[in-house]
Design a protein around this ligand. Structure first.
Ligand code: ZN
Length: 344
């Protein structure tokens, strides 16, 4: 048996036959990028290939001089005899799974993915393969997402409640992806929606890429006291401790993230409320996604790696850890929560 079609090197996941990397963490001659989040796309590669819907966003993040080609979902390119195609991952606009085929052997690299519908990007598509490299951000039975309509209803209730007390709503969300998904799902008739300039920058790229998002203003453009008492402001998490806006009056804070299902989620992020809206698949969705590929060999990366490998093995898969410098350690799910799950 020859060397594997894809292998981990010091610079990232590499296809020697095809001469390309997938989401390398060092600059490469040719980099295929699943999506433009900072832990998947780094500057400095000579040539990039990404799904066309995400090209403008990647260009913005990699710099105007970066050479980036866009590939339509499902279209195949031949790279030194290796067939490569990109398929929707449903994570953010233009996020893709990378399908790599050589001599009837097929690998799929998931990147980050979610299966819940998202009005701002193409829906996740299962792709048949022999080897599937899956993320495992929320691959612990604790993580189970409620229907997103319920989560949006909770956000709207929080918004209305704050309006009754003349409080502005600060809703923290990742500026690329989550903020736009929120914008698309919010009921804008409830009150004015403002975006932090970092979020607004991404909103503009989404609109340029053809995603219809409602017009928003930045708080810097001027807010009246009456607007403030009814407003919802989308801010990046990095601005959580920025009290600049707070001097304008009363406010309540919340964070939209899958981590908010952990009992100390909101306290850890120092916010009043947490809303469990994630751009990743939950535990059961990951299991279903793995099954849908038909793959026997599963490489698990980024998240609850050991837990998911053990679980997949118990289900009869040939599962292995695929640990990279980007993996980190996931938060421990408290034992009280684990106990509760055991008795459910
Ligand atoms: Zn991501």
């Amino acid at each position: 048996m020859g060397s594997p079609l894809l292998r981990l090197t010091n610079a990232g996941l590499y296809c020697e036959r095809g001469g390309f990397f997938i989401d390398p963490w060092s600059p490469a001659a040719k980099a295929i990028i699943t999506h433009a989040h900072g832990d998947h796309a780094v500057k400095g590669s000579r040539q990039y290939l990404t799904a066309e819907p995400g090209r403008l966003i990647l260009q913005h993040r990699m710099g105007a001089g970066a050479k980036i080609d866009g590939l339509a979902f499902g279209e195949t390119v031949d790279l030194n005899g290796v067939k490569v195609s990109l398929h929707p991952a449903g994570h953010i606009l233009g996020s893709s799974q990378v399908r790599v085929e050589h001599h009837d052997e097929v690998w799929v690299v998931s990147g980050d993915y979610k299966v819940a519908p998202d009005a701002t990007c193409a829906a996740f598509e299962p792709v048949r393969c022999h080897t599937f490299i899956t993320e495992s951000t929320f691959a612990h039975p604790h993580y189970h997402w409620e229907p997103q309509a319920d989560t949006f209803a909770q956000i709207h209730d929080w918004w209305r409640e704050n309006q009754q007390h003349d409080k502005a709503c600060f809703l923290y969300a990742y500026s690329l992806g989550k903020a736009q998904r929120l914008m698309a799902g919010l009921d804008h008739s409830l009150g004015p929606v403002f975006s932090h300039p970092w979020v607004e920058e991404m909103n503009a790229l989404y609109r340029q890429s053809g995603v219809p998002l409602a017009e928003t203003r930045t708080p810097q453009s001027g807010v009246t006291c009456e607007e403030w008492s009814r407003a919802l402001i989308l801010l990046p998490p990095a601005k959580r401790w920025d009290v600049g806006f707070a001097i304008m009056g009363n406010y309540s804070t919340a964070f939209a993230s899958g981590w908010m299902t952990l009992p100390d989620g909101p306290t850890q992020r120092r916010v009043h409320r947490g809303f469990a809206l994630s751009d990743h698949a939950d535990h059961d969705e990951l299991l279903a996604a793995v099954a849908a590929t038909g793959a026997q060999r599963i490489l698990v990366t980024h998240g609850y790696i050991d837990e998911f490998v053990t679980e997949l093995k118990s289900l009869g898969y040939d599962a292995l850890a695929h640990r990279t410098p980007r993996c980190g350690t996931p938060p421990r799910v408290p034992e009280t929560v684990q106990m509760k799950l055991a008795f459910e």
